[in-house]
Design a protein around this ligand. Structure first.
Ligand code: CU
Length: 511
């Protein structure tokens, strides 16, 4: 992680009060957020372009904008077209919730969510609108969270401005200057972990003239997930950081779980419908080769931007990116949505379905139209053998320190690679979230506590330098030698009292 990001995160904790925005005339136009059930996904979405000519629109001062409650929806439902010919201040509320939910049949996972769903709510605004977000982090959350809007222009996309500890709420706003379909995501350290746990969603900034009307609109976001157990292994599965770093997911899914939009949950359409999918990719790692088996995209708004490509078979959706695909359904049947990196579709869950009903058209497609559905094949082989060089490295093991000075030198690199994401480059931590290692009375009182924190993880209330912390430090998977080195480095840095931790001490501490 870049150091300036950490500095900004630290600063943000104290900057929340500066984020309050003035509010003016409250002219409510739309329904409250997050109320529409996902099962209404097939509702007609007739987007008529806004009446007034966009070019004739006068610029309105931010303070004079009418205030509107934003309509948000959970996947696979997309919010209705904006249908406005003027800018507004659109208020949206997000609540962060860490929640155990279904990953696959018999498999559960503790997702970190915006609004209790993966992906989070979809927001739809108009180019030139000001988006005002109230961002609440529930008090039962274990860690702080924030949000980075790719639709925003400004530092971190709002990450610093929205950084919110458990039990707190913050507000910030941005002007949606450029039209497009954008990802938003949590950007709290370690960023990859927050995204791997499901913290992402889409915001559509319609161009002033709106999007061309279609019959059905759907909201779909792909994500890759990393679990201790392999694909399909039953039970509550913890997050596996090692697999995430190696970019080897056990699950690649649409809308947060295997089968979320397949089988009984398939998206529904009629023959003759123009269908639009707002497709996003939360990653954190994989790029999606998005394809609908048996369809050709009539139009793709490439990467969610303004460029329109026509007659496309497969469109690339980057991690942290999106696309808008439109296609007309000519014949009935089941159309499978896949990531065409095809093992992901049939062995890791990246399979959705549109079930289209209506009259057949033998000229376009002769049949035999079966209801034959591609199903997930499950049971991906998860043991990836080490390469020759990896095997050699593993056999050689961690470098062994010859002296205490050596330990300090080697430990610094381990610290930079494994600890600064949370504790900061100078070990100062983030108040309310990550305790300081610099001058830590907790650690100096008993360096063995450091061993425990690293090898077993640490949670529950602790007091460091007079401040209380009640958060979660995940165990860091390091060899005994590395743990000894990093702790020796810390003890001899940042104003700590000195000392040496040996690999034997770490081995004893693991018991
Ligand atoms: Cu988060």
């Amino acid at each position: 992680m870049k150091l300036h990001t950490i500095a900004a995160l630290c600063a943000s904790v104290f900057a929340l009060a500066a984020c309050q925005q003035p509010q003016t005339s409250a002219s409510k136009q739309s329904a409250p957020a997050n109320t529409a059930p996902a099962s209404d996904a097939a509702a007609t979405a007739s987007s008529s372009p806004a009446p007034a000519a966009a070019s004739a629109e006068a610029e309105v001062a931010a303070a004079d904008l009418p205030v509107i409650e934003g309509v948000t929806t959970f996947a696979p439902e997309a919010p209705p077209p904006v249908n406005r010919n003027h800018a507004a201040r659109v208020k949206v509320k997000f609540e962060v919730q860490e929640k155990v939910m279904r990953m696959a049949d018999g498999v559960e996972y503790k997702f970190w969510t915006f609004g209790g769903h993966v992906p989070g709510p979809m927001i739809r605004v108009r180019e030139g609108d000001t988006v005002e977000l109230e961002f609440a982090n529930r008090s039962d959350s274990t860690v702080p969270h924030n949000i980075d809007f790719h639709a925003a222009t400004g530092p971190g996309g709002g990450a610093e401005a929205s950084f919110t500890a458990p039990g707190h709420v913050s507000t910030f706003s941005f002007k949606a200057l450029q039209p497009g379909l954008y990802i938003y995501h949590c950007a709290t350290a370690p960023v990859g972990m927050h995204m791997a746990n499901g913290m992402y969603g889409l915001i559509l900034v319609e161009p002033k003239e709106g999007l061309p009307p279609v019959d059905k609109e759907f909201y779909v976001v792909q994500g890759d997930f990393y679990t201790k157990g392999k694909y399909g292994e039953a039970g509550l599965q913890p997050f596996d950081m090692e697999k995430a770093i190696r970019e080897q997911p056990d699950y690649v899914v649409f809308n947060g779980s295997v089968g979320s939009i397949a089988g009984d949950n398939a998206l529904k359409a009629n023959v003759g419908d123009k269908v639009r999918i707002f497709i996003g990719n939360g990653g954190p790692n994989l790029v999606s080769s998005f394809h609908v088996i048996g369809e050709i995209f009539d139009e793709v708004r490439v990467e969610g931007g303004t460029l329109i490509n026509k007659n496309v078979q497969t469109t690339l959706v980057p991690a942290g990116g999106a696309a808008i695909v439109d296609f007309k359904i000519d014949v009935p049947g089941v159309y499978n949505l896949v990531d065409h990196s095809i093992f992901r579709a049939f062995n890791k869950g990246a399979l959705g379905q549109i079930r289209a009903t209506g009259p057949e058209n033998k000229e376009i497609f002769s049949g035999r139209i079966t209801e034959g559905i591609y199903q997930g094949e499950g049971g991906a082989v998860q043991t990836v053998p080490l390469t020759a060089s990896e095997t050699a490295k593993a056999a050689a093991g961690a470098p062994t320190a010859a002296s205490k000075d050596d330990r300090i030198r080697l430990g610094e690199a381990i610290f930079k690679a494994n600890c600064i994401a949370c504790h900061g480059a100078e070990g100062k931590g983030v108040e309310g979230a990550f305790p300081p290692l610099a001058g830590s009375d907790y650690l100096n009182a008993d360096p063995k506590r450091g061993i425990q924190a690293v090898v077993k993880g640490l949670s529950g209330e602790i007091s460091v330098n007079g401040k209380t912390y009640n958060s979660v430090m995940p165990a860091v998977n390091l060899k005994d030698e590395d743990v000894a080195n990093v702790l020796t480095f810390i003890l001899n840095s940042f104003g700590n009292k000195g000392g040496e931790v040996k690999p034997e001490d770490v081995a004893a501490g693991r018991k």
